[in-house]
Design a protein around this ligand. Structure first.
Ligand code: NAP
Length: 260
């Protein structure tokens, strides 16, 4: 199926590795012009070089810490200066730290609010004036918005706010032909998930391999997802092929979530 992404301009934040990189690669492979960012110049440059190598696509790399409003604006301005318009935005950022709610400080709550919720609001606000031909916006949350995960209270609370924002904006922006959707990753094989499993292994006294095997046993499709699995779902929702889909949350979890 032709997703209709050829020549479309797509921004993908937090894309030097992991889920963001997987989405950027899927978009680039389908012919989109992709503008990626992350906080570290060397990492984002290396990711852009790899993307060009793997897909032959035109990629713009920028340093942008999405907790900084002025950095978001500069990234968007640079992309518009290069390509004139924005058709798609994938909103991503690093995850807030793990910890029990009783131990989390006000400063940690404020930082998670800025990292997860306000970065989403600001990225969306910054691209809207440039989505002149309509557009598609996609957020990434977590299965924790449906089934809270142990020690990830910050993520659960802030990402539930993102899910509410998505549904609200789907209504507010439909008149401008801008669609807003959300992807729910289950366990996709990235460095962050490996770090979380490493932490679980240390706390439980089990080996990393044992923790991994137990987690995979709970997934009906019996494997972790890959960033390609995730990227393909994202590319569809960000593309014109999904023109009648808005306000939706799609699970990419191998069937792991138990809620109907
Ligand atoms: P990852 O492998 O750790 O990659 C994180 C990416 O985000 C890197 O490219 C990093 O690059 C960039 N980044 C981090 N903080 C940033 C910031 N403030 N501004 C701009 N870029 C930033 O993580 P991941 O597994 O891909 O996860 C991505 C998001 O999805 C996280 O919020 C995570 O909690 C969430 N999530 C993932 C899963 C999963 O299965 N993987 C499941 C549920 C939720 P730099 O270090 O260069 O900035």
């Amino acid at each position: 199926m032709d997703l209709g992404l050829k020549g479309k301009v797509a921004l993908v934040s937090a894309a030097s590795k992991g889920l963001g990189y997987g989405v950027a690669r899927a978009l680039a492979a389908d012919g989109a012009l992709v503008s990626i960012c992350s906080r570290d110049q060397a990492s984002v440059d290396a990711a852009a070089a790899k993307l060009k190598d793997e897909t032959g696509a035109d990629v713009l790399a920028s340093v942008c810490d999405v907790t900084k409003p002025e950095a978001i604006q500069a990234w968007v301005d640079k992309t518009v200066a290069q390509w004139g318009v924005i058709d798609a935005l994938l909103v991503n950022a690093g995850g807030p730290p793990a910890g029990l709610v009783k131990d989390l400080t006000d400063a940690q709550w404020q930082a998670a609010f800025e990292l997860t919720l306000m970065s989403t609001v600001r990225m969306i606000r910054a691209v809207l004036p440039h989505m002149k031909n309509g557009g598609s916006i996609l957020t990434i949350t977590s299965s924790s918005i449906k089934e809270p995960i142990e020690r990830l209270g910050l993520s659960t609370v802030m990402r539930s706010g993102v899910a509410g924002l998505v549904k609200t904006l789907a209504d507010e922006l439909a008149g401008d032909n801008i669609r807003v959707n959300n992807l729910i990753p289950g366990r996709i094989d990235t460095e962050r998930v490996a770090q979380l499993d490493q932490g679980a292994a240390q706390r439980s006294g089990k080996s990393f391999e044992q923790v991994r095997a137990e987690s995979i046993a709970k997934i009906p499709l019996k494997r972790l997802g890959t960033i390609d699995d995730f990227g393909k779902a994202a590319a569809y929702l960000l593309s014109p092929a999904a023109e009648y889909v808005t306000g939706a949350s799609l699970r990419v979890d191998g069937g792991a979530m138990r809620s109907i």
